[in-house]
Design a protein around this ligand. Structure first.
Ligand code: NDP
Length: 237
């Protein structure tokens, strides 16, 4: 079987760290993001044999075309990571409808579209492994993050149902739910303010989440699982 891993949102942050680890382990990696220049730079850093693709996960045709392009250039995808995500923190009463739609389309619909597109080749290959990146916020809720939390909580329900649907095809679906991780998404947050609620006393690194993602990607007897990687944050929420 091919060892081809598509990482949506692989150009920066958590997805990029996953792409780096998978490349080191010998997978051929497709880095997918909207900004092709940034994705190309990230793929270039992995060395030869890895490629970048431009795609907006919220757009069905983009996702379909991307899977076709990956298959043409790298082979059939049998490992999929959904790390493409955005945040738009605000109180619900101040949240614009277009921001709600963007959050749900990128964080939830996007993963549904990529998983559905991946199913075709994974079913043909009688095997595959998917990790969707959720969030501890989707499990516990947080002030100012109702829509973001809904998108991430929805991802858990989606992933667990899909895990049941496709287990007999030897396809596994799991979720990693990070807490606060140092990436572009959190660069404006004051760590000092938040770290008192984190038992391990600090934000995590993208590489620390990547280890959990790769563990689930490669664990043959785990499916429908939600692995929290948050330095203990959920214990205090
Ligand atoms: P970053 O902002 O660092 O990276 C986001 C990645 O997603 C980029 O590669 C970006 O590339 C891509 N992306 C965003 N929107 C789209 C889109 N519509 N289509 C395709 N690609 C897209 O975020 P993180 O690495 O921090 O986050 C990764 C995931 O982890 C997200 O789902 C996030 O919600 C989740 N998470 C992050 C936490 C944190 O503390 N950092 C905590 C909990 C969960 P481009 O902009 O070029 O499209």
């Amino acid at each position: 079987m091919d060892k081809v891993c598509a990482v949506f949102g692989g150009s920066r942050g958590i997805g990029r760290a996953v792409a780096q680890l998978m490349a080191r382990k010998g997978y051929r990696v497709a880095i997918v993001a909207r900004n092709l220049d940034v994705a190309r730079a990230a793929a270039g850093d992995l060395g030869g044999g890895h490629l970048a693709f431009s795609c907006d996960v919220a757009k069905e045709q983009d996702v379909q075309n991307t899977f076709e392009e990956i298959e043409k250039h790298l082979g059939r995808v049998n490992f999929l990571v959904n790390a493409a995500g955005i945040n738009r923190d605000s109180l619900l009463v101040r949240t614009k409808t277009e921001d709600m739609v963007s959050l749900l389309h990128t964080n939830l619909l996007g993963s549904m579209l990529t998983c559905r597109a991946a199913m075709k080749t994974m079913i043909q290959q009688q095997g595959g492994s998917i990790v969707n990146i959720g969030s501890v916020i989707g499990l516990k809720g947080n002030f100012g993050q109702s829509v973001y939390g809904a998108s991430k909580g929805g991802l858990v329900g989606f992933s667990r149902a899909l895990a049941k649907e496709v287990a007999r095809k030897k396809i596994r679906v799991n979720v990693v739910a990070p807490g606060f991780i140092h990436t572009d998404m959190t660069k404006d947050l004051k760590e000092e303010h938040f770290k008192k609620n984190i038992p391990l006393g600090r934000f995590g690194e993208a590489s620390e989440v990547a280890h959990a993602v790769v563990f689930l990607l490669e664990s043959p007897y785990i499916t429908g699982h939600v692995l929290i990687v948050d330095g203990g944050l959920q214990l205090t929420m």
